[in-house]
Design a protein around this ligand. Structure first.
Ligand code: SAM
Ligand code: DTB
Ligand code: SF4
Length: 333
C-alpha cells in the first residue's frame, strides 16, 4: 500500500517560528497537542536503545562531546564492538521494550573495509530481531549510504545540532554544508532521516528558531527529530555552561511538533537533569520517544525501571510496535 505524501510546510519564516515559540505556554502546549493528536497516539512513546559501538578518540572538535579527541574527558576509548556483543545488546534492548536500536560510532566519517562490513552485519542482525535499526557514524559517501540501505537500515542519525550562524562556535572541523550533504545522501539512498539538535549550549532563542527552520526546510521533513538537552561533561569546553531552563526545552519540542507534524520528536539526551514533571511537559508538548536504559552513549540516562514507573504514573506506555516512519500512526487519539 502506498500512502500519498503529506502536504507539510517547508518555508516557515523565522518570524513565524518566533511567534509560535514565544506563545504563552498554555497556548503553545494546546497548539502542539492538537497537531500531535492529529498524527500520533498521544499516550504512547517509542522506546529506543542506544549503544556506543566505537567509543572516543573522534577527530572532530564538537564542543559538547565527551568523545572528541580534542578534550580530556576521562572516557574509556574502545574499538569497534563485535557482532556478538551488539546482537546480545539488541536482544536485551528488545526485552526491555525497545523497538528501535541505535548504534553510535565516534568517527568523523566511516572507514572503508572491514569495520564498515561489520557495521552492515550489525544492521542486518538488528533487522533480523524485527527492530528499527538506526546508526550514526559521521559523514557518509553515497556508496556507503546505499550499502546501509541495502543492509536494511531504517534510519541514519546526523544532527544539524544548532543554527548555521552559531555552528562555527561549537564545531570547527566540519561545516553545516558537510552535514547537509550527508543528509542528502541518506535521503537519496532511501533511508529515513534522523536529524535534530541540542538545547542549552549558551545559544539564545533566535538560534533555536533558525535550527528549527533548517530542520523543517528539509523536504521531506526528517522522520525523526531528536531534541537533546546539553549534558555538561567535565573536560569539554561546555562543561561549565549555565543549566538551561527546562521550559526552553519544552518550547523547542512543542515548536518542532507544530512545524513537523508527522515526525517522531525524540526527548533524547539530558533527561538526568529533568524532573519527572518537566519530562511530562515534554510529552504533552509532543515528544513521543525516549532512550531506555541507564546509559546513552557515554553518559548516564534514567534507566528503564524509572521510565516504566514514570509512564505508569502518567497513564502512558511504551509503543509495542515501531511506528512506521513518516506515516501518521494514528489520527484522533
Ligand atoms: N559522530 C557522529 C556524529 O556526530 O554524527 C555520531 C555520534 S554523536 C555522539 C550524535 C549526537 O549526539 C550529536 O550530534 C549531538 O547532537 C549529540 N550529543 C553528543 N554529545 C552530547 C552532549 N554532551 N549533550 C547532548 N547531546 C550530545
Ligand atoms: C542524538 O541526537 N542523541 C543521541 C543519539 N542522537 C545518538 C546521543 C546522545 C549522546 C549524549 C552524550 C553521550 O552519552 O555521550
Ligand atoms: Fe565525534 Fe560525533 Fe562527538 Fe562530534 S559529536 S566529536 S563527530 S562523536
Amino acid at each position: 500500500m502506498t500512502t500519498p505524501p503529506l502536504k507539510f510546510r517547508h518555508d516557515w519564516t523565522v518570524e513565524e517560528i518566533a511567534s509560535i515559540y514565544t506563545l504563552p505556554l498554555p497556548d503553545l502546549l494546546f497548539r502542539a497537542q492538537t497537531v500531535h493528536r492529529a498524527h500520533h497516539l498521544a499516550t504512547e512513546v517509542q522506546g529506543c536503545m542506544l549503544l556506543s559501538i566505537k567509543t572516543g578518540g573522534c577527530p572532530e572538535d564538537c564542543a559538547y562531546c565527551p568523545q572528541s579527541a580534542h578534550y580530556k574527558t576521562g572516557i574509556t576509548r574502545s574499538d569497534l564492538l563485535s557482532l556478538d556483543d551488539v546482537t546480545t545488546a539488541a536482544t536485551q534492548a528488545k526485552a526491555q521494550g525497545a523497538t528501535r536500536f541505535c548504534m553510535g560510532a565516534a568517527w568523523r566519517d566511516v572507514p572503508k573495509g572491514h569495520a564498515f562490513d561489520q557495521v552492515l552485519a550489525m544492521v542486518r542482525a538488528i533487522r533480523g530481531l524485527d527492530m528499527d535499526a538506526c546508526c550514526t557514524l559521521g559523514m557518509l559517501t553515497q556508496e556507503q549510504a546505499d550499502a546501509l540501505a541495502e543492509a536494511g537500515l531504517t534510519a541514519y542519525n546526523h544532527n544539524l545540532d544548532t543554527s548555521p550562524e552559531f555552528y562555527g562556535s561549537i564545531i570547527t572541523t566540519r561545516t553545516y554544508e558537510d552535514r547537509l550533504d550527508t543528509l542528502a545522501r541518506v535521503r537519496q539512498a532511501g533511508i529515513t532521516v534522523c536529524c535534530g539538535g541540542i538545547v542549552g549550549m549558551g545559544e539564545e532563542r533566535p538560534v533555536r528558531y533558525r535550527l528549527l527552520q533548517q530542520l523543517a526546510r528539509l523536504d521531506p521533513h526528517p522522520e525523526s527529530v531528536p531534541v537533546n538537552m546539553l549534558v555538561r561533561v567535565e573536560g569539554t569546553p561546555l562543561a561549565d555552561m549555565k543549566p538551561e531552563d527546562p521550559f526552553e526545552l519544552v518550547r523547542t519540542i512543542a515548536s518542532a511538533r507544530i512545524l513537523m507534524p508527522a515526525s517522531m520528536v525524540r526527548l533524547s539526551a539530558g533527561r538526568m537533569q529533568l524532573s519527572d514533571e518537566a519530562q511530562a511537559l515534554c510529552f504533552v508538548a509532543g515528544a513521543n520517544s525516549v532512550f531506555l536504559g541507564d546509559r546513552l552513549l557515554t553518559t548516564p540516562n534514567p534507566g528503564t525501571s524509572h521510565d516504566e514507573q514514570l509512564l505508569d504514573r502518567l497513564g502512558m506506555r511504551l509503543s509495542v510496535t515501531a511506528p512506521v516512519a513518516g506515516v501518521p500512526a494514528h489520527a484522533g487519539g
